[in-house]
Structures are given as C-alpha cells and as structure tokens.
Design a protein around this ligand. Structure first.
Ligand code: NOJ
Length: 552
C-alpha cells in the first residue's frame, strides 16, 4: 500500500524522540548533557528508527526550571554549547534525515531576560507593559502558582507586584501588548529560517488571562486557589493563537505540537482541526490519571484500568473527530510509565513493551521520551535534598502543610517527581553509565548497570514497533487508518483496531496483573508483535499480565 499522507501533513509520518538535553549525553564529560552530546548519539537514534527529535529548551537560561526560564531566545545556553554547535547538529541531522523541533516557551521568560530587567529598573520603559504588573500594597488576588505560593511577587522597593503562573523566576509575558507579540513572532521566524522543522509549544493555553483578576474561594490550607481557573484556556485566547499561527508557523508549513492542558474535547477542532492553531496537541486527560490534578501530587487517585481505558477511548475519539493527536506515555514532566501504569511486581521489560505497544499504534504521531525505549523505572530518593526539580520541592512542603507526614509527602513526590524521568541516560554499565566521566548533575537510576542501551530487549522491541509503523507492509494502516475500540471484552483489556480500505490491524493489551481470557469472532491470521513468550493462536487465547499483541 503506498503512502497516502499528503506533503502538507508531513508530520503524520514522523516518530518523534524527545531529548532532555541536560540528561542525554555529556560530550565534554562535565556531568551535564550538551548539544555535541546529542550529535554523538545520532547513530543510536538512527538505529532506533525515529525520524524527528524534539529537544527541550537549549536557550540562554539561569536554569531555575531547567531551561523553561529563558533569558535570551536567540542565544544558546553555554552549558549546552554554542550556536555553532547547534548549527552543526542541525547539519548532521539533515544528513541523516532526522528533523529537529525545538521547545518554544512564550508564555513567560526568565526574570533575567533583558526585557524584564528593563521593566524593573525603569517603570516608564516600554518593557514594563511586556509583563503583568499590578500596583498595590497587597497581592491583587489569591491565585496559586503552578509551582506553589502566590502567583504574585512583590517588586523590591515598590508597592507593586508582577504575575508569574510558574516560578517567581518565570514572569508571565503580557500577550495583550501588540509590540511584544510582534517581537515573539520575529524570533520564532528567525528559528524557522534556520531550518528547524517546528516546535513543541510550552504552556500555550496560559497566554490569555481573565482580565477581572478576582480572587476565588480557596482550595487549599494555604488560603490560595489554583490559578488555572482564571489563566488557562480563557475566552479570547483564539485571537492570539490564530495570529501566532498566521504570522509564523503557517508560512513555513512547520509542525507544531501544543502543550495544551485545559482544553475541552468540544474545542479540539479549534486547536487541531483543518484550520486549527496547531498540527497536533498533547492531551493530558489520561496522562494524569494517578493524581487529581497534574500539579497537586498529594491528591492521589485509586485509578482502575477501566477508568484509564475509558479516558483513553474518549481522548482518541475526540482526536479522530477533530484532527490529529500526539501520543505519549512519558515526558520530562511525568514519572516513568512503567512505574505509573504497571503494578509493582510486574515492572519487567515485557511489561515495558506491553504498555509501549498499547499506545504506540494509537492514531496520531507517536512520541518516545529518552529512556522509555529502555524500560526505565522511577528513581527512589529518601531525602528531599536529593531532588532538583522546583515542583518536587514545592509539592513536598505543600503535602506537609496539608497534613501529611514527611514520609508520606516524600512518597508522593517519589511517585510523581519530574526528576524521575530527568535522570541521566544510561548508555552502558560503566561508572555514570557512559553519560559522563564526571559526577552527573542528577544521580543515575539505581538499575543503570543492567538497564542501559547495551543488549536491551525493550530497545529491540521499540525498534520493531517503529519499523512496523514506518517501513512495513502495514505502515499505511498504522499511520493513517481509522481507530475503533472494541467494547465487548474484559475491563482490563485495551483493544482497538486500525482500519484502512477494509484491512484491519488489531492491538490487544492486558493492562492488569491478572491473566485474561479472550474470545474473538475471527481467527488470528498473523501476529506482528507479541511482548511475551506464551503463544497466542486461534479465536480463544489468554493474555498474561501486561501482555500486548499486534495482529491481523
Ligand atoms: C511545561 C513544561 O513541560 C514544564 O517542564 C515547565 O516547567 C512548565 N511548562 C513551565 O514552562
């Protein structure tokens, strides 16, 4: 079957690998990953078969939030290298036919950005209006920032506060200011002119704030309330998002994947429809199944596979109805999927393959986060001092404030910490896993001597999955076929088929610790993938815990 994706939608053809540059590979062996380190490992990515890399922020930054606090959009963080290194990386990637997308962080800057510094030192400078300042002797309202505490930080020496949805070192930009928007668009176009293929767009649903700036009833002991109700996906955001697309992305036919929490399914077509703002978006409805909200980790849920399945189905149906999805089970803000989705005694390489195969063939572009292809699990830390991530530290103290013991609070953080997925990439079993000769900025995971890139069955399985989607006889079905879920099966079985011109490929996964008996109406003709060694044949078969099969 020939490839039926049209050129305009080239991004439907991709398999994207997410790189957290600080933790990928340290070429100068100083314990911090860098751009040359990525270049050194392109052969590894090529072997895996991915076609695009998304690199988390590499720009000049004081690294309060590991690069999501940008001090200069046009500069490369010296920790990661130079612009020359970036250009070389881009060149090498081009040779290998690997595309690069970068992280676009335009909801906020670092407080060390030239604009913000100007805004602070000169009240009358035009940059004052690039940010959100409010005069007064007290914080204007009781909104809580995503990383804890008030969203308002007092300006030293003035009766005035500035707004930060994330950390106080990440002041929010004022998108109502046209000149600011123009500056952002020009910066985006400069990067696109360089030849990158697009962007992952950070926290983009936060750029419009509710203009009333009114307090709401508190939702925590701190007397504050999550700012999300008033700052996320607010009416009027469509004007900014349309303009952003028209003045930048559209002109380059680049790919864009919006980090778009807070968008209802009924609004998906505005975001990813034919004339949508983005090529695709990440949907968090099932990613955050283990916590009540992505930002309060002490509010844990007791989720079941049935609930997970129902959220996954709703998500896929909404994406299919409106446009295209960006499918993922891990990223730099999430715990390792094997630790989150699989029960403790079953966190084996086979289960890592099982959950991999469950999501990889969903309709959309698959994303793989570094180390996911190795079957990595969460790190266990027994002291809050071992954490680097600002959100982990905040969640620990908020947990305690909410009445949990230190032990309990630490347990919540261990399960959810963003540092779980930010540990250095284990390349081999030598000291520091071949990531660096010098002590890495964050401790390696305990298992690295056995879970690394040398002889790894999960890696081999991911390679096979990528091959099937990209280069096999069933590629077109897996890329462009419609998706339909099967409903008359056990709650623990996630089963769907992809269909194109009447040809169907089925994916069945047992997302549970119990063996499940399956009966299907038609015999299996051919098995493409089986994560476990037990044979699966005929119309009736058993799937052991976390087993996944792909078949015709
Ligand atoms: C979402 C990013 O994924 C996260 O890592 C970051 O801390 C926030 N946005 C703020 O930029």
């Amino acid at each position: 079957m020939k490839n039926i994706i049209n050129k305009k939608d080239w991004w439907k053809d991709e398999v994207i690998y997410q790189i957290y540059p600080k933790s990928f590979n340290s070429s100068n062996n100083n314990g911090v990953g860098d751009l040359n380190g990525i270049k050194e490992k392109l052969f590894y990515l090529k072997e895996l078969g991915i076609t695009t890399i998304w690199i988390c922020p590499i720009f000049t930054s004081p690294m309060a939030d590991n690069g999501y606090d940008i001090a200069d959009f046009d500069g490369i963080n010296p920790q990661f290298g130079t612009m020359k290194d970036f250009d070389n990386l881009l060149k090498e990637c081009k040779k290998l036919k690997i595309k690069i997308i970068l992280d676009l962080v335009i909801n906020h800057t670092s407080d060390e950005h030239r604009w913000f510094k100007q805004a602070l030192c000169d009240k009358n400078s035009k940059y004052r209006d690039y940010y959100i300042f409010k005069e007064g002797k007290h914080p204007p309202n009781n909104w809580r920032s995503i990383f804890g505490g008030s969203v308002w930080e007092k300006v030293v020496g003035e009766d005035c506060y500035y707004l930060h949805i994330f950390d106080k070192k990440q002041p929010d930009l004022n998108w109502e200011n046209k000149q600011l928007r123009e500056e952002l668009y020009q910066m985006i176009n400069r990067w696109l002119e360089k030849g990158i293929s697009g962007f992952r767009i950070d926290s983009i649903t936060f750029i419009k704030k509710n203009a009333d700036y009114k307090s709401l009833p508190a939702d925590g002991i701190d007397g504050l309330v999550t700012c999300k109700h008033k700052t996320r996906n607010q009416p009027g955001i469509e004007v900014f998002l349309n303009e952003l697309k028209e003045k930048t992305f559209e002109k380059y036919n680049c790919m864009t994947v919006g980090e778009a929490p807070g968008v209802n399914y009924t609004e998906f077509s505005n975001f990813i429809g034919k004339d949508g703002y983005f090529s695709m978006i990440f949907d968090f409805h099932y990613a955050d199944i283990d916590v009540e909200s992505g930002s309060d980790w002490f509010k844990r849920t007791n989720w079941t596979t049935k609930e997970f399945k129902s959220l996954l189905i709703k998500s896929q149906q909404a994406l299919q109805k409106s446009g295209w999805g960006a499918n993922f089970i891990e990223n730099h803000d999430q715990p390792r999927a094997l630790s989150k989705l699989v029960k403790k005694d079953f966190q084996t390489p086979e289960s890592a393959m099982g959950i991999g195969s469950m999501y990889f063939f969903l309709r959309g572009t698959p994303f793989i986060y570094q180390g996911q292809e190795l079957g990595m699990i969460n790190a266990k830390r027994d002291n809050i001092k071992q954490f680097d991530d600002i959100s982990s530290i905040d969640n620990f103290y908020r947990g305690i404030e909410e009445g949990f013991s230190e032990k309990e609070a630490l347990n919540f953080v261990n399960m959810r910490s963003r540092d779980n997925s930010r540990t250095p990439m284990p390349w081999d079993n030598t000291k520091y896993g071949g990531f660096s000769n010098y002590k890495p900025w964050l401790e390696m995971t305990e298992e690295y001597p056995s879970v690394n890139t040398i002889k790894n069955t999960v890696f081999d399985f991911y390679k096979k999955m990528i091959f099937l989607r990209q280069n096999s006889k069933i590629s077109s079905i897996l890329k462009t076929g419609s998706i339909q879920f099967l409903s008359d099966l056990s709650d623990n079985i996630i089963a769907y088929y992809r269909e194109l011109y009447g040809e169907k490929i089925y994916s069945f996964t047992n997302l549970s610790p119990t063996t499940e008996e399956i009966t299907i109406p038609k015999e299996i003709i051919k098995i493409y993938l089986n994560t476990h060694t037990n044979k699966v044949l005929g119309k009736q078969f058993k799937l052991v815990p976390y087993q996944s099969i792909l078949f015709k």
